[in-house]
Design a binder for this molecule. Structure first.
Ligand code: ADP
Length: 200
């Protein structure tokens, strides 16, 4: 018998790791099921007028729960008085949380993540997630939205992932008639944006 597992602190640590692992697996299964529903066209979106501030806060709390990273600093910049947007709040918050979690996974060391929301000159609402990571080559920029696609370099292999995150973001955006923008260059970080129409 290995006695090293007998002290209380070690046991507590093991339980914590097991809990985190089982939550990670549940989240992965949930994501696979969600994707299955989307592909089948069975995912229902309940579009309601929602506040952008609320949406961004939801996304941040989904991200914080998913990463268990209490010391990741995400700076937030939401313009005052933005009009509401028509969204399925849970689905859009999840999509934004996917962008935040990528910013964290593929961000720099330490990761600097910023989420911001503002109204463009054409009145549309832009919600952006910006990181200080490696950046993405132009040739990869559309492929990363394909299901299961991961950029095949050492970096993405060492990061957990299914290659489904951005495929889900694309699906959710399409269901909202939203545009996705990506601005990135190798070594310059990445900015992913979701562009929504304001509720008139
Ligand atoms: P996953 O993160 O599960 O691999 P995604 O669909 O979310 O899947 O992303 C696909 C791939 O796109 C990732 O494997 C990674 O190579 C690349 N990628 C996504 N977001 C970023 C980012 N912010 N910076 C650099 N590369 C990214």
């Amino acid at each position: 018998i290995d006695r090293s597992y007998n002290d209380r602190a070690t046991q507590e640590k093991c339980v914590k790791l097991l809990l985190a692992e089982s939550e990670r697996l549940s989240a992965l299964i949930e994501r696979l099921l969600d994707w299955g529903r989307m592909e089948e066209g069975r995912k229902l979106y309940d579009l309601q007028p929602e506040s952008v501030q609320q949406l961004v806060d939801d996304a941040l709390s989904v991200f914080e729960r998913a990463t268990y990273q209490t010391d990741v600093k995400v700076s937030k910049d939401v313009a005052e008085g933005l009009p509401n947007v028509m969204v399925d709040r849970a689905a859009m918050a999840d999509a934004l949380a996917n962008l935040l979690s990528n910013a964290f996974k593929y961000g720099g060391t330490p990761p600097t993540i910023n989420v911001s929301a503002f109204q463009a000159a054409d009145k549309r609402i832009i919600i952006e997630v910006k990181d200080n990571g490696e950046g993405i080559e132009p040739s990869e920029q559309s492929r990363i939205f394909d299901k299961f696609y991961r950029i095949d370099d050492r970096l993405s292999r060492t990061r957990e992932g299914s290659g489904l995150g951005l495929a889900i973001v694309k699906h959710v955006a399409r269901a909202h008639d939203a545009e996705i923008r990506l601005e990135s260059a190798k070594g310059k970080g990445s900015t992913f944006a979701i562009v929504l129409s304001p509720v008139s």
